[in-house]
Design a protein around this ligand. Structure first.
Ligand SMILES: [Zn+2]
Length: 423
C-alpha cells in the first residue's frame, strides 16, 4: 500500500479530509516514523476522543454489538428512506434504512443528507453505534464520512425494500408494498400542528392484511384501489404492526389485480405472543378458564368500557348498558392468550341472545349465571380462534373474529386409532 492509499483509508475511516491526513502522514513518515505508528497517532489526533484506542475500528456488520464504539464499515445500501421527525422543536428530515455486508444486516439512521442510494457499496467512516430494542444500530451523524466504493460487495440480501404484508415487522423502514386498499376512512386528529386529516384503514395483499395510517392523504388511496407504496415504515399501534405512509412515501395506482389472501398464519401461542402482535392470526388451544367480567356485563354509554357496580373509571356514576362478551384463556402448552369474544360470538356459545341472558339473570337474581353457563360449555375444550393479537401492558389479547371448536384433538384421535388397531 502506498502513502496515498494509507491516507485515503485513514481519512475515510476517521471521517476527515483526505488532503489534511495525507500532509500529516507525509510529515510523520519523513521524520522516519513507521507507517503503522504514524497512522495510530493520526487516529488519536482525529479520533474525536470517542474511543480509547483512537478512532473507530473497521468491523464487519456481523461483529458489531451494541457495546461497539465508533466503527467504520464497508457495506451495500439495501434501503434508504426519508422521514421527518421533530427534534428539539424543529422538523428534521432523516434517512433510515438497512446496510448489509456478507456477514449480516444492520439498521441505520442518517442525520445528514449523504445521498445514499440502494444498491451502492459505500464505506462509512466513524459511524456511532447505539442500541435500539436490544439490537445495534448505526448512527450516521455529522462526524461520519461516507464514500462510494468502486468494488461492489455481493450480499445475500435483496436490494430495495420490497416486502409482502406478512413479511413486515414493527421497526421496518423504507419498505415498498403492492396492496389493495381493503378499508379506508378519513379521520381528523389533533396532531402536533393542530387539526390534521389523515387516512386510516386496512391494506391487503396475497399474504394477508395489515392496518395502515396515511399521514399525508392522497387521492390514490381509496377503498378498493390497488396501489404501490414506496418508502413506508412500520410501527406498532395498539399492540399490532401498522403500515405508515408519510409525505415522503410515493404512492401510485397499479393496474394489476391483487387477490387478498384469506388464510391467517397459524402459530403456536408462545411464538405468536413473542412476535409482539399480529393483525390476523389463527391460534389453537384449550380453554382453561373463563375470566371474570365475562357473560352479561354493563358498559359505560360514553366510552363503552365495562362498568363495575355502576361506576365507570372515567365517567363515574353511569347508567350502564347491557352487553355480552367472553374473555377466555386459551393455552396450547407453549403459552396463553386471552381470547376476547364480542356479543355475536358470545351468543353462539351461550346459546341465547341478550334478552335470554337478562331473563336468566333475573330468575337467578345473579347475572353470574350467564358466565357460569358459558364456563360449563367451553372450559376444557379445544378451540381454533382467529383474530387480531395485541401484546401490550394489558397482556396478550386475541380480539376474536371466529371461535370454532376443534372437533377432536389430533393426538387423541391418533391414540384412539392405535387402540382400535391393537384391539
Ligand atoms: Zn366511561
Amino acid at each position: 500500500m502506498d502513502l496515498d492509499s494509507h491516507a485515503e483509508e485513514l481519512a475515510s475511516a476517521l471521517g476527515v479530509d483526505n488532503e489534511e491526513v495525507k500532509v500529516d502522514l507525509q510529515n510523520l513518515v519523513e521524520y522516519s516514523v513507521p507507517i503503522d505508528e504514524a497512522k495510530q497517532s493520526l487516529r488519536r489526533k482525529y479520533g474525536d476522543g470517542s474511543a480509547d484506542a483512537g478512532g473507530p475500528t473497521t468491523k464487519s456488520i456481523g461483529e458489531i454489538t451494541p457495546d461497539t464504539g465508533n466503527v467504520s464499515v464497508t457495506a451495500v445500501v439495501l434501503t434508504a428512506g426519508e422521514r421527518s421527525i421533530r427534534y428539539q422543536g424543529d422538523d428534521h428530515v432523516i434517512v433510515e434504512g438497512e446496510l448489509a455486508d456478507e456477514t449480516g444486516r444492520i439498521d441505520y439512521t442518517a442525520w445528514e443528507d449523504f445521498g445514499l442510494e440502494p444498491g451502492e457499496t459505500i464505506t462509512v467512516g466513524n459511524a456511532g453505534v447505539r442500541e435500539w430494542d436490544g439490537e445495534p444500530e448505526l448512527n450516521l451523524g455529522e462526524h461520519a464520512a461516507i464514500s462510494v466504493t468502486d468494488e461492489s460487495l455481493d450480499v445475500p440480501y435483496e436490494i430495495g425494500g420490497e416486502a409482502t404484508l406478512a413479511e413486515l415487522e414493527t421497526g421496518d423502514r423504507a419498505r415498498s408494498v403492492e396492496v389493495v386498499v381493503v378499508e379506508c376512512e378519513t379521520r381528523t386528529i389533533d396532531g402536533r400542528d393542530g387539526e390534521t386529516e389523515i387516512l386510516s384503514g386496512v391494506f391487503g395483499d396475497e399474504s394477508g392484511r395489515l392496518p395502515f395510517t396515511c399521514w399525508d392523504p392522497r387521492p390514490e388511496i381509496e377503498t378498493d384501489a390497488t396501489v404501490r407504496a414506496e418508502n413506508v415504515y412500520v410501527r406498532e399501534f395498539r399492540g399490532v404492526p401498522e403500515v405508515n405512509v408519510s409525505r415522503f412515501s410515493t404512492v401510485e395506482t397499479l393496474d394489476r389485480a391483487i387477490e387478498v389472501g384469506t388464510d391467517a398464519p397459524s402459530l403456536g401461542i408462545g411464538q405468536a405472543v413473542d412476535s409482539g402482535g399480529i393483525y390476523d392470526v389463527e391460534l389453537t388451544g384449550n380453554v382453561i378458564e373463563v375470566r371474570d367480567g365475562s357473560g352479561l356485563i354493563q358498559r359505560c354509554p360514553e366510552c363503552r368500557r365495562v362498568v363495575q357496580k355502576g361506576q365507570c373509571r372515567t365517567h363515574g356514576d353511569v347508567d350502564g348498558e347491557d352487553d355480552l362478551r367472553v374473555k377466555a384463556i386459551l393455552d396450547d402448552g407453549t403459552g396463553t392468550v386471552t381470547a376476547v369474544l364480542d356479543d355475536e360470538l358470545t351468543e353462539e356459545i351461550y346459546g341465547g341472545d341478550l334478552d335470554d341472558a337478562r331473563e336468566a339473570a333475573r330468575e337467578a337474581m345473579d347475572q353470574e349465571v350467564v358466565a357460569d353457563r358459558i364456563r360449563e360449555r367451553i372450559v376444557g375444550r379445544a378451540y381454533r380462534v382467529r383474530g387480531h393479537l395485541s401484546v401490550d401492558e394489558y397482556g396478550a389479547n386475541l380480539d376474536a373474529n371466529s371461535f370454532d371448536e376443534v372437533a377432536e384433538d389430533p393426538a387423541d384421535r391418533a391414540s384412539a386409532f392405535l387402540a382400535e388397531v391393537n384391539a
